[in-house]
Design a protein around this ligand. Structure first.
Ligand code: SF4
Ligand code: FES
Length: 326
């Protein structure tokens, strides 16, 4: 098994593992950000360059460093490889440049964007962004498009990560995929519009790292940090039926797939579970959802209330970051 050292942490990984996945096996600060790679989607990655790392030693056999930063989601580990992520100041500077490029055309409309609070670009810009833009040209703009009655496309916010295109291609059963045009006139729109009737098209919303694809049934209803994530399940003939419900009191504001600590969907869910089941009686509550992601929504984790209290949501209650009585 090849051995790789990332930011001073050494790990043995199966042959063919990418640097990004090796870093994920180590965990913590060693893991580069990823805006387009998605472990559940084949051939994802290689588009956004946010996962850049510096390879200071190529391998045991050929110890020469790689001449420029490489995309860790697309570069395979070699035995003896040494990699820097956060420990190389020039690499951090390069990533800052990538973020600046991503923000060239991205509108700073977080105050009115439904993705605010769970937007990967917002987190990335917070960590690596400049306080003000140096971009002097007009930003590209697009009309908003309704992709069916459930999904809204703000192409203006899209960073062309291709994740939704891969969902349309791999998760729905229609082969619709592709990005029209290239460069600053590139857009996804009509290709994924063709996938709207599919039972799994709502997953495009979950994979979108920014607010380009949003849930029309949830838009402008609440900021995400005002709703409580609760894990629930139901017997669904189409999907696993395991979801996260976003609730205020006993009202379900939206339903999403459950996500892991890299903000990636664990199980794809069908549109029935996502859009049609908005009554508490439709679900069996598993308990408060654990949000691992470092974002505003992971603040104020909710804990299980002492059983002596009046039951709500099948005996699980949402309270602040402390147990009642603490
Ligand atoms: S709409 Fe979202 S998921 Fe699709 S390419 Fe744009 S940023 Fe990526
Ligand atoms: S996550 Fe590697 S290039 Fe986008």
């Amino acid at each position: 098994m090849p051995k790789v050292t990332i930011d001073g942490h050494t790990i043995e990984v199966p042959e063919g593992t990418t640097i990004l996945n090796a870093a994920r096996m180590i965990g913590g600060d060693v893991v580069p950000p990823a805006m387009c790679y998605y472990s559940k989607l084949k051939t994802s990655g290689g588009y956004c360059r946010t996962c850049l790392v510096k390879v200071t030693k190529g391998s045991e056999k050929d110890p020469r460093p790689m001449p420029k930063p490489v995309a860790s989601c697309r570069t395979t580990v070699m035995d003896g490889m040494e990699v820097q992520n956060k420990t190389a100041p020039d690499l951090v500077e390069a990533r800052r440049g990538v973020v600046e490029f991503l923000l060239c055309n991205h509108p700073l409309d977080c105050p009115i964007c439904d993705q605010a609070g769970e937007c990967s670009l917002q987190d990335l810009a917070y960590e690596h962004g400049l306080a003000k833009t140096r971009y002097e040209f007009s930003r590209r703009t697009f009309e908003q498009i309704d992709i069916g009655d459930k999904i809204k496309l703000h192409m203006t916010r899209c960073i062309l990560c291709y994740r939704c295109v891969k969902v349309a291609d791999q998760v729905t059963d229609k082969r619709v995929h592709g990005v029209m045009n290239r460069g600053d006139v590139g857009e996804i729109s009509t290709y994924i519009q063709n996938a709207i009737d599919n039972d799994f098209s709502g997953n495009m919303i979950d994979v979108c790292p920014v607010g380009a694809l949003t849930d029309r049934t949830f838009r402008f209803k609440s900021r995400v940090w005002y709703v409580n994530p609760v894990d629930a399940h139901r017997d669904c003939p189409k999907c696993s039926g395991k979801v996260t419900m976003w609730m205020k009191g006993n009202e379900i504001y939206r339903v999403t797939a459950r996500k892991d600590k890299y903000n990636e969907v664990i199980d794809w869910i069908c549109n029935d579970c996502r859009f049609e089941k908005k009554e508490v009686s439709d679900w069996k509550i598993d308990g408060p959802a654990k949000i691992d992601k470092t974002s505003v929504i992971s603040q104020n984790h909710y804990t299980v209330k002492a059983p002596s209290h009046k039951p709500m949501l099948n005996s699980v209650n949402m309270v602040g970051s402390k147990q009642i009585g603490e």
